[in-house]
Design a protein around this ligand. Structure first.
Ligand code: ASC
Length: 154
């Protein structure tokens, strides 16, 4: 009886562990799919962030509606790529350095900083003041670079 209880508790613990671990990994059948996903997300994020940054830098005419919509998209994207750095996805068509996996805590910290700056940038973009947007975009850019400097090849 005690053995049965112990066995069922172990089974319950295993199932709970699986249930919490599965959602992230289960999105991707293969490491290659995870690589494709995160690259797609970064592409969309950079495109929409870049669209606003171009306005902030005077390279494109300021359009408050486009800026606000683009910042919203970039902010949504900023939350997505990190579940896709799954084991095994350091090999393949990726510029992510192996240190992403060995120094995951640091990468996670940098990703959270970027997400925080992106939220502030999104608020600024909704406000419609180009100088405020420019300052916030600068902080986002720095937070992107902080990760690329150490964790992205070339
Ligand atoms: C961008 C973009 C990045 C960052 C980075 C900031 O617009 O595509 O990767 O900003 O260049 O330094």
């Amino acid at each position: 009886m005690r053995k049965l209880l112990r066995t069922s508790m172990m089974l319950a613990a295993t199932l709970l562990g699986l249930a919490t671990a599965l959602p992230a990994a289960a999105q991707f059948a293969k490491p290659e799919d995870a690589i494709k996903y995160r690259k797609a997300v970064f592409t969309v994020m950079a495109t929409h962030f870049g669209r606003v940054a171009a306005m902030a830098n005077g390279k494109a005419p300021f359009d408050a509606k486009v800026a606000a919509d683009s910042a919203e998209i970039a902010t949504s994207m900023s939350k997505l790529p990190y579940v896709a750095f799954i084991p095994g996805s350091d090999k393949g068509d990726t510029r992510a350095k192996p240190e992403v996996w060995t120094e995951w805590d640091k990468v996670k910290g940098l990703s959270e900083k970027m997400q925080d700056e992106m939220v502030k940038f999104n608020v600024a973009a909704k406000g419609g003041n180009i100088d405020t947007i420019k300052a916030a975009a600068g902080e986002v850019g720095k937070s992107c670079k902080a990760c690329h400097d150490n964790y992205r090849k070339e």
